[in-house]
Design a protein around this ligand. Structure first.
Ligand SMILES: Cc1cc2nc3c(=O)[nH]c(=O)nc-3n(C[C@H](O)[C@H](O)[C@H](O)COP(=O)(O)OP(=O)(O)OC[C@H]3O[C@@H](n4cnc5c(N)ncnc54)[C@H](O)[C@@H]3O)c2cc1C
Length: 494
């Protein structure tokens, strides 16, 4: 990736995080990847090592074991974990932290968050997301798994398939129908521990992603306490539609980063392999093909970063995330095909990483929404003028609005650091802004300066719709403590 493009999105701190994660991966992970691919399993202790180093879920709040950092740290995490030539390895934490856990974090009760998020971020537990069923993959609305309430329990009956982390994972965010007669208003998400009585599983044998466990899971009258309901009953479908944007985005980040590494690896080979008295990278026809791949990779990467910024700023970017998922994963397949060709016969031999990369790329246009479904979403917006607004059931959720607002603050702080710590009191939440960081804190936290402001006013300030002076004079911002420190915040409101 060009360092110029990087400098537009990543600060020095992001790059330090990247450096230490990359070093860790080179030392602790890369030497074992072949062995884990063959064993079709990654030892669970490895995730604890990640947790001990503080690499997992850094964008989650500190109180759950994260570091309260901005979304571009997650971008770095997904990128680096996808450069190890094992899609199966990378997908495990990505599914756990960015496809399953966000539902618990955004919609779960405080008790659920406190119980299930910290062990995930310490790497002690792994989570799965259970949407697909034998009769419902793309057609999510057609799922049949039922969770019927009886007193203080749900009784779950049904079957899921193709579930990543479903075999060795510890719990699943299960998409169920709690009211089968109510259509999409009858969906609910329920957290189910995978060792509950009535659950049985099979590990599926796959063409690629060998280091990842993919399972079919059967639920035979599985009892789960009602406290395990995530969010409100009947809103599961809407939570899912919202959450799928992040799923597509992290899928795109992983696809383009893995492909970029494959292009580098192929160029290394082409610089050494001789034919007709020169190295492969001297043949114009091959050089141009690699130049084309590099050009496409750079363009797609820039678009994916743009989507990451939209996500961080709290936008509901359905079309953009669908475009990124579609184009990056189709490109990953094309690039894997063309890179393998550069290796000649060696490309077909398992000893060369390109063979695995070729197999691993194939799932990318299928999982997390197929290319056809991405095109269908884009076509509806483009041709039928369909608008995908954030589902009302989700939008009116205050927690969700705040998450978007915090995302926007983080994005601003990533560009304009706040030199001295400021405590931002939003009534429902308290945040400390310091440097590039925005972290959630408990009541009673102190700073040299406290600014009290309502979330709606803060949003207007950040969007430039309300001037800081007007807000101050009109009493919509209250400053307590050192007001010269408060002035630093003005840089965020430009
Ligand atoms: C390795 C792996 C890991 C996975 N991990 C998970 C996971 O962790 N959790 C989870 O819930 N699921 C997971 N999945 C499931 C994955 O999301 C589904 O396979 C995918 O959504 C497609 O569903 P399907 O396989 O039922 O295909 P189908 O929906 O049956 O589609 C078959 C074909 O028809 C096309 N098609 C379907 N509908 C339309 C349409 N309206 N217009 C045009 N074409 C259409 C599809 O694009 C596809 O080409 C995983 C799958 C695999 C293989």
């Amino acid at each position: 990736m060009s360092t110029l493009m990087r400098s537009y999105y990543f600060t020095q701190e992001h790059e330090l995080f990247r450096q230490s994660l990359r070093q860790f991966l080179e030392k602790e992970i890369l030497p074992h990847i072949d062995e884990w691919e063959k064993a079709q399993q990654v030892p669970k202790e490895i995730w604890k090592l990640f947790g001990q180093q503080g690499f997992l879920g850094v964008d989650y709040p500190e109180k759950y074991g994260g570091a309260g950092l901005d979304f571009f740290y997650t971008v770095v995490f997904c990128e680096e974990i996808s450069r190890v030539f094992s899609g199966g390895f990378g997908v495990t934490p990505i599914v756990s932290l960015y496809m399953a856990a966000p539902y618990i974090y955004k919609y779960g009760t405080e008790a659920l968050k406190a119980k299930y998020l910290p062990p995930l971020l310490r790497g002690e537990k792994i989570a799965a997301i259970g949407i697909s069923e034998p009769g419902a993959g793309s057609d999510v609305a057609n799922i049949q798994t039922k969770a019927i309430r009886q007193g203080d329990r749900y009784i779950i009956k049904g079957q899921k398939t193709f579930i990543s982390n479903g075999y060795y994972g510890d719990f699943i965010v299960l998409v169920t129908k709690t009211n089968p007669a109510a259509g999409v208003d009858g969906f609910s998400l329920i957290l189910v521990e995978l060792d509950r009585p009535g659950i049985s599983k099979n590990k599926l044998q796959k063409m690629g992603w060998h280091a990842s466990d993919t399972a079919e899971i059967f639920f035979e009258n599985v009892e789960v306490p009602v406290e395990n309901l995530i969010g409100e009953e009947g809103k599961g479908f809407y939570y899912l539609m919202e959450g799928l944007q992040l799923e597509r985005l992290v899928g795109a980040i992983a696809a383009i980063s893995g492909t970029e590494r494959l292009i580098e690896y192929t160029l290394e080979y082409m610089g050494q392999r001789q034919a007709f008295g020169r190295t492969l990278d001297r043949f114009q026809v091959l050089r141009h093909r690699m130049a084309q791949l590099h050009a496409e990779s750079e363009a797609l990467k820039a678009y994916t970063y743009y989507c990451a910024r939209l996500h961080q700023d709290g936008h509901y970017a359905v079309k953009e995330c669908s475009i990124a998922k579609l184009l990056t994963t189709e490109f990953a397949n094309k690039a894997a095909y063309e890179c393998l060709q550069m290796f000649g016969g060696y490309g077909y031999i398992e000893d060369y990483k390109v063979a695995r990369a070729y197999r691993d790329a194939r799932i990318l246009t299928i999982g997390a929404g197929t290319s056809e479904i991405m095109r269908e979403i884009i076509a509806k917006m483009l041709i039928d003028d369909k608008k995908y607004d954030r589902p009302a059931a989700v939008a009116k959720d205050g927690a969700e609005d705040l998450a978007g607002l915090i995302g926007l603050l983080r994005s601003k702080a990533a560009q304009y650091p706040v030199p001295a710590p400021i405590l931002l009191d939003l009534s429902a939440k308290k945040l400390i802004l310091e440097g590039h960081e925005v972290r959630e804190v408990e009541d009673g936290a102190q700073a040299a300066c406290t600014i009290a402001v309502q979330p709606a006013d803060l949003l207007a300030l950040l969007k430039g719709e309300l001037s800081p002076m007007q807000a101050f004079m009109g009493g919509r911002i209250k400053v307590m403590g050192d007001s010269s420190v408060a002035m630093q915040l003005v840089s965020l409101f430009r």
